[in-house]
Design a protein around this ligand. Structure first.
Ligand code: SAH
Length: 228
């Protein structure tokens, strides 16, 4: 294995990371545990070397295959919403499902709060890269699957948290079915052209309540098309 570049890029790395955290605070992220985790995870490890110097800008960046690493603010917002009022002292969230692994950065963040994360990605080479990135940063509580994530991962349901990093036009019924009692689903819904909303859906018994968090701009969630 090549020596992982975990020390940071150049002398400015720690400073640029702090700037990213300051910008997240500025934009309204309040959960200190989430901010602390994002301060420690080296986002540049998840990117191509050519883009590594931009890793701590609060922006989405290309990861190949027409996909993007999510903007840090969006990762923070989704993680915060998924965790809800839970505090770290309550222990880890038992079971988390992620749809759309991409490069694995959001996976690494949510994995710090979870006993285990199951993550599903439809593009196999991205999944393999995510596997490598997560191993480089020492995240081991993740199980991977190459599949259509709109089906969830029924064998391991129910999940306390489900996070989707790509937007379907409607919330897939399977994801609702696989949500545990008291569970929280964070998912962007809509189209690239018509606009998307980030939803927080909570399950109480067989009732689902839904709240719009904000307008967002995700890549589409492809249903029924597994690639490569
Ligand atoms: N949080 C990721 C976001 C990646 S972009 C990151 O920061 O890297 C969204 C990802 O969702 C892409 O990798 C895309 O391939 C994947 N995706 C889209 N539709 C999907 C589906 N139906 N099942 C699984 N993954 C899907």
């Amino acid at each position: 294995m090549n020596t992982p570049n975990l020390a940071g890029i150049g002398m400015t790395s720690q400073r640029t990371r702090e700037r990213m955290i300051a910008s997240l605070l500025d934009k309204g992220i309040k959960n200190w545990a989430v901010l602390d985790v994002m301060r420690t995870i080296p986002r540049h490890v998840f990117l191509d070397e050519a883009l590594a110097t931009r890793a701590y800008e609060d922006t989405a960046l290309p990861i190949g295959f027409n996909q993007t690493i999510s903007q840090p603010y969006v990762v923070a917002r989704m993680t915060e919403a998924a965790l809800g009022p839970r505090v770290p002292e309550q222990g880890k969230v038992p079971r988390v499902l992620e749809i759309g692994t991409g490069c694995g950065y959001q996976t690494a963040v949510i994995a710090q709060f979870a006993e285990r994360v199951w993550t599903v990605e439809r593009i196999q080479p991205l999944l393999e890269r995510a596997r490598k990135h997560l191993s480089l940063v020492g995240v081991r509580n993740v199980r991977f699957k190459h599949d259509d994530g709109s089906l969830g991962w029924a064998d391991n349901a129910p999940f306390d948290i489900i996070i989707a990093a790509a937007a379907p036009q409607h919330v897939p019924a399977e994801l609702l079915n696989q949500l545990a009692e008291g569970g929280r689903l964070v998912i962007p819904v809509g189209t690239e052209r018509g606009g998307q909303e980030l939803l927080l859906i909570e399950r109480t018994g067989n009732e689902f309540s839904s709240r719009v968090l904000e307008a967002v701009n995700f890549v589409p969630l492809y249903v029924g098309q597994v690639q490569y």
